[in-house]
Design a protein. Structure first.
Ligand code: AMP
Length: 601
């Protein structure tokens, strides 16, 4: 393995890399840096996210840049504003000990005037999203006639997003003498045709192992039905208490719903998709980076600019439409020397796609069973014990409380004490997963849900989301009425101002009587219920099977509601814009037409 010095980089750059903790070059850097420094031949590089590609193209440019001129010498195009900002910041970090190097990042959703002012001051390197770059070229604020390097980063993604016209326009605006550096994770026809039409006999770099991270990622799939998809997701999260993951969804609606459900169920999660404003997206990404939230539910496009190295898992709630994008997703974990797991939830129909993905990743998916309640409880228990073992005791602070605590516990022996402390944490969880069914038995799952449907009565209740009701609170309210021990609760549909729930038919009368006698109120609103028809058109799927959570707090630890009871929310108002199409980025919002190409301005 070479050093950065051996690759031909000068001291100030190496110093900056040392500050960043880059000790040795990655495979793509080892191949690209000397190639670009020593030759003006175009370059086609197979590089996935996480391989260190940003430094691979930025460092040789910084090595060669002419700081005596303030003309634009390098233009770097990237598909999203987040990625553009990240590249711009990386270049600033790499060049902090170089004198007179200026970088401007241009992208939509931010003041054009400020970007024009920055360009006027003179920048040798410009990083931009295609739409804004073309805008600035057309306004003659960005002049590319002296460009020596054109970098197309994530070329496949730019073309996926419909930026072909913009790429053509930028390619046309740059001189023939430039060196084009094309980085892409996949090479579908559209990318090959850009390479054919605009590049001259490019040198190809494909690091043998494809990706630094690829070998450290294992790929697993879980078989689910539409009914078990979400509970399976929760069980995977529950099995891994220290999970730090991105859950990928295909559409904005799917993303928002999964995130809403996870949040309602008490998980540390949030959503990231193109319907959010730039400010909201920055805030969510910031929370995720700082690990204030553990689970980010995101569309492919929105997650692009997010640079985190420590993801434990990538979860594919649904597979991407274009299977090539799977590698972008899975490449987010197993980075920077860490080990990662990429998980796919597939129903019978989707399973076929796995074979095609295996061909691309050149690895086999391992079939994995959805964890049982017992496995989860066991894992959480061991995790707790590990934490107890690792806990440091702050003796000076607790000293004054200890004598009275010792006194209170003096009659308990060691075993009893351990049992009590463990039970304190675990009784609720044990109750939650008690009787939890095996989600792997899909045929049984389906038939049982049909059986149970006939045994349930559906009730209307006059409170809803606007009253701060959620499934957990509704279960708590029902339990508070003392209708019966371990009463079985079925589907719950929380709507804005009212809701529905199902109760074991045998408890139909008792439920009516209990609510009438107790006349409960909820957040100051008096509550009443009525039996309603068994029409589930306004609600989500069946939630059959005994609920393992006849407890008022509805769950253990941070989970607020019970498994399977998450608000399916089928009655939610549908937005006028078809958010259930694949997320093509936030710019759709501005053009108003969904089917139209993304325009990032
Ligand atoms: P990229 O593929 O450019 O998005 O880089 C992925 C991550 O790897 C980023 O967080 C970089 O800061 C980091 N990185 C890139 N090159 C190196 C290196 N040679 N040593 C350590 N970390 C690196």
């Amino acid at each position: 393995m070479s050093t950065f010095k051996e690759l031909g980089l000068k001291e100030p750059i190496i110093k900056a890399l040392t500050d960043l903790g880059y000790e040795s070059p990655t495979v793509i850097q080892e191949k690209a840096i000397p190639q670009i420094i020593s030759s003006t031949t175009d370059l086609k590089a197979f590089a996935q996210t996480g391989t260190g590609k940003t430094a691979a193209f930025s460092l040789p440019i910084l090595e060669l840049i002419d700081t005596s001129s303030s003309n634009v010498q390098a233009i770097i195009l990237s598909p999203t504003r987040e990625l553009a900002v990240q590249i711009g910041n990386n270049i600033k970090d790499f060049s902090k000990y170089l004198k007179d190097v200026n970088v401007t990042t241009v992208y939509g959703g931010s003041s054009m005037e400020e970007q024009i002012r920055s360009l006027k001051r003179g920048s040798q390197i410009v990083v931009g999203t295609p739409g804004r770059t073309v805008d600035l070229i057309n306004r003659r604020a960005l002049k590319l006639e002296n460009v020596k390097w054109l970098v197309l980063d994530e070329a496949d993604e730019m073309l996926n997003m419909g930026f072909k016209d913009e790429l053509d326009a930028v390619l046309e605006a740059t001189p023939d003498t430039k060196q084009t550096l094309l980085f892409s994770a996949t090479f579908p026809n559209e990318v090959e045709s850009i390479a054919r039409n605009y590049m001259k006999k490019p040198v190809e770099i494909t690091s043998g192992q494809k990706n630094q991270g690829a070998d450290s990622v294992s790929h697993e799939y879980y078989s689910v039905t539409e009914r078990t998809r979400y509970p399976a997701l929760k069980r995977i999260a529950d099995l891994n208490p220290d999970i730090y993951a991105i859950i990928f969804c295909r559409t904005r609606r799917e993303t928002q719903e999964v995130a809403d459900n996870l949040i309602k169920d008490g998980y540390s999660a949030d959503a990231l998709h193109g319907d959010l404003s730039q400010g909201q997206r920055d805030s969510v990404m910031g929370k995720f980076r700082s690990k204030t939230i553990q689970i980010l539910v995101a569309t492919d496009v929105a997650a692009r600019g997010l640079d985190v190295n420590e993801l434990t898992h990538v979860l594919n709630h649904k597979l991407p439409d274009q299977i090539e994008n799977y590698t972008h997703r899975s490449g987010r974990t197993g980075r920077a020397g860490n080990i990662g797991i990429s998980i796919v939830l597939v129903n019978g129909k989707e399973k076929g796609k796995l074979r095609a993905i295996e061909k691309i990743i050149q690895k086999k998916f391992v079939e994995t069973k959805v964890p049982t309640g017992k496995e989860i409880v066991q894992n959480q228990l061991m995790n707790l014990i590990d934490k107890v073992q690792a806990t440091e005791v702050n003796e000076s602070e607790i000293k004054e409380f200890l004598p009275s605590i010792y006194d209170k516990l003096k009659d308990l022996d060691r075993e009893e004490l351990i049992q009590k402390f463990v039970s304190l944490e675990f009784n609720t969880m044990l109750a939650y997963y008690e009787n939890a069914k095996d989600l792997n038995d899909l045929s049984k799952d389906n038939s049982r849900s049909r059986d149970t449907a006939d045994n349930m009565t559906r009730f209307f209740i006059n409170i809803g989301r606007k009253d701060n009701l959620n499934p957990g609170k509704l279960i708590g309210l029902i339990n508070d009425q003392n209708i019966g021990d371990k009463i079985e609760i079925g589907a719950i549909d929380i709507l804005d101002t009212f809701s529905f729930f199902e109760i074991d038919k045998n408890y139909e009368d008792k439920t009516l009587e209990a609510f009438a006698a107790n006349q409960p109120d909820f957040d100051g609103r008096s509550v009443n219920i009525e039996i309603t028809k068994k029409d589930r058109s306004g609600g989500g799927g069946r939630r059959g099977g005994k609920k393992p959570f006849a407890k008022k707090d509805g769950g253990f630890g941070r989970r607020k509601s019970a498994e399977g009871s998450s608000s399916s929310d089928g009655g939610r108002k549908r937005s006028a814009r078809p958010a259930d199409r694949p997320d093509r980025g936030s710019a759709d919002r501005k053009t108003g037409g969904f089917g139209r190409r993304r325009r990032e301005r």
